[in-house]
Design a protein around this ligand. Sequence first.
Ligand code: SF4
Length: 549
Amino acid sequence: MAPPTTTPKRAKQRRGEGQWALGYREPLNPNERSKKDDNPLNVRDRIENIYAHGGFDSIDPADLRGRFRWYGLYTQRKPGIDGGRTATLEPEELDDEYFMLRIRIDGGAVTTEQLNVIGEISQTYARDTADITDRQNIQYHWIRVEDMPVIWQKLEAAGMTTMEACGDSPRVILGSPVAGISEDEIIDGTPAIEAIKNTYVGDKAFSNLPRKFKTAISGLQDVAHEIHDVAFVGVMHPEHGPGFDVWVGGGLSTNPMIGKRLGAWVPLDEVPSVWEAVISVFRDYGYRRLRHRARIKFLVADWGPEKFREIMEEKYLGRKMIDGPAPEVPERPVDHVGVHRQKDGKFYVGAAPIAGRVSGSVLMEVAKAAERAGSNRVRFTPLQKLVVLDVPEAEVPALSAELAKLGLQTNPSPWRRGVMACTGIEFCKLAIVETKARAAELVSVLEERLADIQAGVEHPVTVHINGCPNSCARIQTADIGLKGQIVTDADGNQVEGFQVHLGGGLGLDAGFGRKLRGHKVTATELSGYVERIVRNYVKGRSEGERFPQ
Ligand code: SF4
């Protein structure tokens, strides 16, 4: 495993980086201009009162490609445009008149009643689409702007929202899918997630950030905390007891960086104020000149964690935080798939769709099956899986069988369990290649061809598939990371394919997969390629060895 050496390079600060705190209040690029011209949260009013009546053509382009995101809305890709043309077309040529819509589901937590509402909206307004994202959200497609008022009405009546699901804002907070019921967690972070969501989401003081801001809070290490803008990781303090260790500055895409520990221990009730201090530093000192340098990781890389903590404490918190120990690191993050005992004696049942692809109808069936098993709580996971909580032992076999009939296996093959994929060319305007269907095909081929070695693979081999150089499916943290691009096949044709990254992972020895020079594979050769890598790994490894680079 390579050490996480890919710290963003220090830029020479010859001129300002557009930080508000240093007096740069005038926008330095079009995105900053748009946010200053009108707070993005104001767009909801225009959607409900103007665009929903006037239709797609009535939408102001600055709202369409900018402020709509603050309510989870992106235009989706016009069907039929191949990946080779993605970079050559203007945004309006790629825009379909339909939208992708994200519901933010903090902590991935829904009731079966909410799941039913999600499913009904999907069936009525989204052509039955519903993907579980790796940020515990639900993502619809084929949404029309005309339907947004009624969709919000239904979601909000059921206690859900799309507010700040996207945009330069505090996005959905990742939380342990088994918070409060796990036998292993150090502390339940749910009250902190709820407090932050209820206090800060929709607050205009935090709705114009330099870039997106991703938070993870968990008493277990199951939310990829290493790659979040801010993360609170459960830890036991020798004197003060259970609380959280604070990490800042993690992130993927360009210049990936593992988050840095601030060395501070925070009790549960202080998590919201510490979170507010971190996001305030980002808002005021974050770099707003260049968008590709605007994530908090660049500030953390330039300052270092010591200075970051000092500014936070002195300028925002008004107090010193307590020093604290590092959390113990598990060998690998847990995915909660399978049947597990809760601390109250009931069970939770985790099931694996392929790469998060379900549908509104399937989610409604899951709700029914959960209720028949005596449960009304379901969780989505950061690995695109779902978990039914609170199942009495006697109901587990029947529930597992019902889920399996829905394509949600509770004892999946290691390949099905380990695969993730982003949205890809089916709907994403930035995509170069297909991803979800390719993930399904890959799983099916590997299940057939690798049946002979399946029993010997005790941990899932993680395969993450991205449709472009962005890292929505976290390719750098997979055993096999596949970054979509156009490649040249054996006959010299330009075809869909992938740059391969090998050996990434979180947990013990967290680090990013190595991009192997020249390791590119065409989409049609993908299954055979992955099969060969896995066979070689299984044949050559010693006991307990992680995936090689
Ligand atoms: Fe779209 Fe690229 Fe993100 Fe995939 S990785 S969802 S193709 S932006």
